[in-house]
Design a protein around this ligand. Sequence first.
Ligand code: ARG
Ligand code: ZN
Length: 881
Amino acid sequence: MRTETGQTFRLSDYRPTPYAIPETRLDFRLAPERTIVHARLTIERRPGTEPGTPLLLDGDELKLISLAINGIPAGNNSYRATPDLLEIRDVPSAERFTLDIVTEINPTTNRQLSGLYRSSDVYCTQCEAEGFRRITYYYDRPDVLSVYTVRLEADRLAAPILLSNGNPVEHGEVDSARHYAIWHDPHPKPSYLFALVAGSLGVVKDHFTTRSGRLVDLAIHVEHGKEGRALYAMDALKRSMAWDEKRFGREYDLDVFNIVAVSDFNMGAMENKGLNIFNDKYVLADPETATDTDYAGIEAVIAHEYFHNWTGNRITCRDWFQLCLKEGLTVYRDHEFSADQRSRPVKRIAEVKILKSQQFPEDAGPLAHPVRPREYREINNFYTATVYEKGSEVVRMIHTIIGPELFRKGMDLYFERHDGEAATIEDFIKVFADVSGKDFSQFALWYDQAGTPKLEADFAYDEKAQTYSITLKQSLALTPGQPHKKPMLIPIAFGLIGPDGKDMVPSAVTGGEVHDGVIYLQRESETFTFHGLAARPVPSLLRGFSAPVNLVASLSTSEQIFLALNDSDPVARWQALNMIFTQVLTEGARHLRLGKDMQIDDHVLEIAGRIAADTTLDPAFRALCLSLPSENDIAREIGENVDPDAILAARDRLMAAIAARYADDFAALYQSLTQQGPFSPDAQSAGRRSLRNILLDYLSRHAMSPDRAAHQFATANNMTDRFAALSVLVQRFGGSHEARNALATFEQRFGEDGLVMDKWFSVQAMQPGPEVLAAIKALTRHPAFSLDNPNRVRSLIGTFSANNPTGFNRVDGAAYEFLADTVLAIDPENPQLAARLLTAMRSWRSLENQRREKAKAALQRIAAMQKLSTDLRDIVERTLA
Ligand code: ARG
Ligand code: ZN
């Protein structure tokens, strides 16, 4: 475990390194416990560096075997080596020299899953952000770009496959037992993009010819026997390659592209140049084992990592403060890809839901940070929804502000101007300022100010003057380290809907900047007046969710219902509906908490029924409309003194009321959506399944019987329907004979497959109510469970603590203590995983008093430990601050 230094890194401290490393040659003698790494680095003094300036290289838990400078063994006094530092004191005065560094590492005992480690006997690497320094001493930072040549040597039987970045150069025998391969990557890259894989794996092969005629060999390597489950990923890869050419003019630039799926991985996947390494969750799928959500996730992550080849690899980040430069932009690109492959509005609504459920609470709590942070103690803790999802929203706003043509022009300029460089957010913003001639200085605040702006909207119609005024006011709550905030530029796509349901066209606008259907709010408060409107319009604001803000519009319920039924923008329709439900649910939870009854207006039920029945609408869209705000969404909306039990009760009541009102219609609709023909993962079919499965939930609540779900479970020919039925059984009828039967059947069939068992763990982790904790504890002793495997930990304990509010927030605090114990047990092995798990407690302050005190006690117990990783120390201290 990395020792705590308590050091804070600051953007303002950025300095280039005194030396460059134009060339890096690595030679790996792979062995399970003693791998020898020989690095030959060509070092070049940068212009302006005094000759003789000491050379300081990063390390982490390294053991130096030998060091030579210009081929001559270094004398003891000429350097200092510790596990995390190599300091060369006697630096040759020549402009160029070589270092030969030999280190010894142990891939088997490396359970942090950072650096070189083994996953099911396969050697693999994860170097982002700072894992390369666990392999050899290096300038392990993204602004040092080097051309790599890598030789790998391993046991031929244990590791028939030897992969690294770039193109294969040569391979052959070493002796009767061992073989080797040499790889060369012509594109200079930072160390975090280095990768190697060695092991025995099955492979799926294909090829792709780029627009300019380069033939690229594609391969996806998976566990033997799982090749069939990699075909969808391969298809997604080819579609991604074609799309990036068409949409962004970006071609692939090597002769091979390899993807390897491993089962022990801290994150989703990694974009190493020419050798992407994936969490197998984002590669493996077939109808029997993967849900539609899994398919969509695979498509998105395959695309994401592939798109990094240009946004991240060809142009990388100058320092880790600029992480959103590659992540926000690449998320934006994968969102656009999925939108083009599927239904654009449905995809957009799904993005908004994720943003609101993951990023908004981050922004509202103690872990809030700007899209581009200015300081960090542990960079691994900044791979967050803010950097990724809000970072993508910021790019989307640039697109909205300058339009598609100029946006593409700006991107072209970005690639042209910065190819081969390590760039900054300033560089990125400048290309759009240059192509559009616009001033982006106020816009840049989106990168610097944390928190979700609150956008309040008030309306006034003057019948005589035939004018309609919209007054908009923005405010931004203080966040850690940022007590003062400035007004930002907020692009608000909008429409004014007339009584006939069509957008009205005003004759003129006064009071501020409005063009092409977008209001540009620049000051704290502005009033925009629309002229020539013969009737009072209903305003539709934030169409397409044009800015990541919290909109509070003073609309009547009937206006909101009007929007939900008439808005030409499906995203805005969904938002209106969501707002209606949210109001009913927050009010309902408040009433129930006070022992009063919950009021549900008949119109609210009717609108759910009308949208469900509207066959002119995409089934996927109807499903999204029918899925009520989650318990966490409602809690976030309530904001303080949160009582999870009251929230669940309110949500259950609303669902029951809708179900009661439409039981017959929903039953008929459920029946009519029964799958015809064989399974297909395409968006249309998936949409029908999602509508059918949400209806199953409603119907089971109304019937108060598990029968329909049990029948669907027994007859399902795909995992989506099977898992949906299992969820209804376990979450609504937990403990019933039917639920227990289904769990047993599932376990019997999939017990050997960890990835599929993740679903079995998470469905049980979601069972509401305080009693579930005992079951969770018992499941940690299940043979398929392991604290060593991040996917297992996340599916059971992560799901429980983040997505089961009534189970996790037991009044007696026992679940907080359980999470604290788990986090402390994992921390010495895998700090990244431990730290990530604890972020489930970030909203503890908004709980009601009793729970809040218990949560605080659990957090304080962690904070009081003598020995914590930097990762966990950082999270627990910021959470408590
Ligand atoms: N760059 C990767 C991606 O977004 C994420 C890897 C982060 N890994 C880590 N250990 N911090 O695709
Ligand atoms: Zn990424």
